[in-house]
Design a protein around this ligand. Structure first.
Ligand SMILES: O=C(O)c1cc(=O)[nH]c(=O)n1[C@@H]1O[C@H](COP(=O)(O)O)[C@@H](O)[C@H]1O
Length: 267
């Protein structure tokens, strides 16, 4: 999906909600274990319940990889089930030397035809560039993450600024606003303004709202630009809003709640 189409989808739905399908098999409702693929049945119901409010789904591959072959099968079926007009993110946080990175890009752009994949830039340019070679595909590069560990390196001084600032401006020079997004944690509210000074036009994937305590309004007010250019991810607070027979209805309610919070930002 290209930038223009994504922006059109966001404006059409008056939403920048990304639902995270972090499907932890130990947390899905027990009645689903009567089916032959409980993880996929869970995801299918969540997608049906939330798709009207959602412009993107983010599949965190860790929860599927942990299940081995069956997990990869459930992931592939889930990706296939997501409506084609909704942006898809493989949250795989990949990064390696060039020839290996090419295999990762092939995995999440061809074998599993996601629109985008999250990438860790620690290994530098030759580890990110392979993800920038595919038309209408995106590298979503970790910039300033939502976790406490962001203070260990990302928020440390580097040259005349902070390390994450150098990452944003350097990585932004490797690609374009049409194939590079950045992960910026909603919990980093003091840095959001600085982020937009450095990268005013790039799409941002913003996790950390909901279970991690990030604030939707602060994010919207500070990070939205003329093309909106934000995808706010919510995983656990939506997909595990309930845990019984009514889990999908409760997920729908939670997604509608986040959707309602976004509406006022669309004139
Ligand atoms: O790359 C990510 O998606 C990510 C980056 C980051 O800095 N923080 C972060 O929470 N995430 C992911 O975003 C999701 C957040 O999940 P919830 O806290 O349940 O909404 C998880 O899949 C995380 O792996």
């Amino acid at each position: 999906m290209n930038r223009q189409t994504l922006i059109e989808q966001i404006r059409k739905k008056k939403s920048f909600l990304c639902v995270g399908l972090d499907t932890d098999i130990t947390k899905i409702p027990t009645h689903l274990f009567a089916t032959d693929d409980p993880v996929f049945e869970f995801n299918k119901a969540i997608i049906d319940a939330t798709k009207d409010h959602t412009v993107a789904y983010k599949i965190n591959t860790a929860f599927y990889e942990a299940q081995g072959l069956k997990g990869w099968i459930s992931m592939g079926k889930t990706l296939d089930y997501i409506p084609k007009d909704i942006f898809t993110i493989a949250d795989a946080k990949r990064g390696d030397i060039g020839n290996t990175a090419e295999q990762y890009a092939k995995t999440f752009f061809d074998t599993y035809p996601y629109d985008s994949v999250t990438v860790a830039p620690y290994m530098g340019k030759d580890s990110v560039e392979p993800f920038l070679q595919f038309p209408n595909k995106w590298a979503i590069v970790l910039g300033l993450t939502s976790n406490k560990g962001s203070h260990d390196f990302q928020l440390q001084p580097s040259g005349d600024g902070l390390l994450y600032e150098k990452v944003l401006t350097t990585v932004a020079s490797w690609g374009s606003v049409d194939n590079t997004m950045f992960v910026i944690g909603a919990t980093q509210k003091d840095q959001l303004e600085r982020v937009r000074q450095l990268i005013p036009d790039h799409f941002l994937l913003i996790p950390g709202v909901g279970a991690q305590g990030g604030d939707m309004d602060t994010v919207a007010k500070t990070a939205m630009n003329k093309d909106v250019s934000i995808l706010v991810n919510v995983s656990r607070a939506i997909i595990f809003a309930g845990n019984g027979m009514e889990f999908a209805e409760q997920a729908a309610k939670a997604a509608a709640g986040y959707g309602a919070q976004m509406k006022p930002y669309f004139k």
